[in-house]
Design a protein around this ligand. Structure first.
Ligand SMILES: [Zn+2]
Length: 281
């Protein structure tokens, strides 16, 4: 291996061009968090947002998830539940309503989740995807109620229910309303279980806090994308509390797999193939 071209040059490039090159205001390159190389965004998109050099899994927007998972990329977008903004009139360094406005402008989403409905291998399925770029994928009233709407839709269609989680936890700006969603999402899943419909959860990077502590670990099958951070409290907090050095891969998918917390670590490129195999059994 030529270590100058393979290792040193990309590192220097990454330092020089942290935000990538621009052409007509468009970002063309991105620094990979996995290998520190500059990756061409077009190439990254063609590879479903997985680095072609090191297999690092970047976040994947809901629309792309739906296209990958549903047969022939055909699905219908289901409106998420919208609630009155800012029920607690919350303000920290900034008003919550302003944070919501900024997040909506930046992500072009109404809140931190999307629902898609379609068929997988000829069988009905409903998919619920969380988006970390919308206020850290936090779960407030809208996300919690949309989750229940998606479960209800799965029950009406007698469909499989699949979630892709990415979240920092409950949305602190909605206080108790947000914590209540932990209970309500779990209660919805109980109804799904009573109908004997399958629930498959795919944990993507990162899935933490109140989302992990509620529905995200309740899948009949729990799958994780490679090297995703999955945990309740942050590693630093745990390290300080235990006064012990934690292993390097602590709270990573592979670590959880080794310790029996999840069923499978699955690369994104295999998700459709695997789901085809499992559903056609
Ligand atoms: Zn990479």
């Amino acid at each position: 291996m030529n270590w100058i071209s393979e290792f040193v040059t990309p590192k220097i490039k990454a330092l020089m061009e942290k935000k990538g090159e621009h052409e007509n205001g468009e970002v063309l390159w991105l620094k990979c968090n996995g290998c520190n190389r500059m990756v061409y965004i077009k190439e990254l998109n063609e590879n479903n947002n997985v680095c072609i050099h090191c297999n690092h899994h970047f976040p994947l927007p809901a629309e792309r998830r739906f296209s990958i998972m549903f047969d022939d990329g055909e699905f219908s977008n289901v409106e998420i539940v919208q609630i009155k903004d800012d029920p607690l009139k919350f303000r920290d360094s900034k008003k919550y309503v302003d944070r919501l406005k900024d997040a909506r402008k930046k992500t072009k989403l109404e809140d931190a989740c999307s629902i898609g409905s379609g068929m997988i291998e000829g069988r009905p399925a409903v998919i619920f995807v969380m988006d970390f770029s919308f206020m850290g994928g936090s779960m407030g009233l809208s996300v919690g109620k949309s989750f229940c709407k998606a479960v209800q839709l799965a029950m009406n269609r007698e469909a499989a229910f699949i979630t892709f989680t990415a979240s920092g936890g409950a949305r602190m700006q909605e206080g108790m309303f947000s914590l209540m969603q932990m209970a309500s999402t779990v209660a919805c899943l109980t109804m799904l279980k009573e109908k004997h419909l399958p629930f498959i959860n795919v944990l993507t990077h990162p899935t933490t806090g109140g989302v992990l502590a509620s529905f995200a670990m309740l899948g009949d099958i729990n799958i994780a994308e490679p090297k995703a951070v999955i945990g309740f409290a942050g590693a630093r907090v745990i390290e300080k509390t235990l006064k012990q050095t934690l292993p390097d891969n602590f709270q990573k998918s592979e670590f959880l797999m080794d310790h029996g917390m999840i069923d499978l670590v699955l690369e994104r490129k295999k998700s459709k193939k695997q789901s085809e195999q499992s559903l056609s059994c």
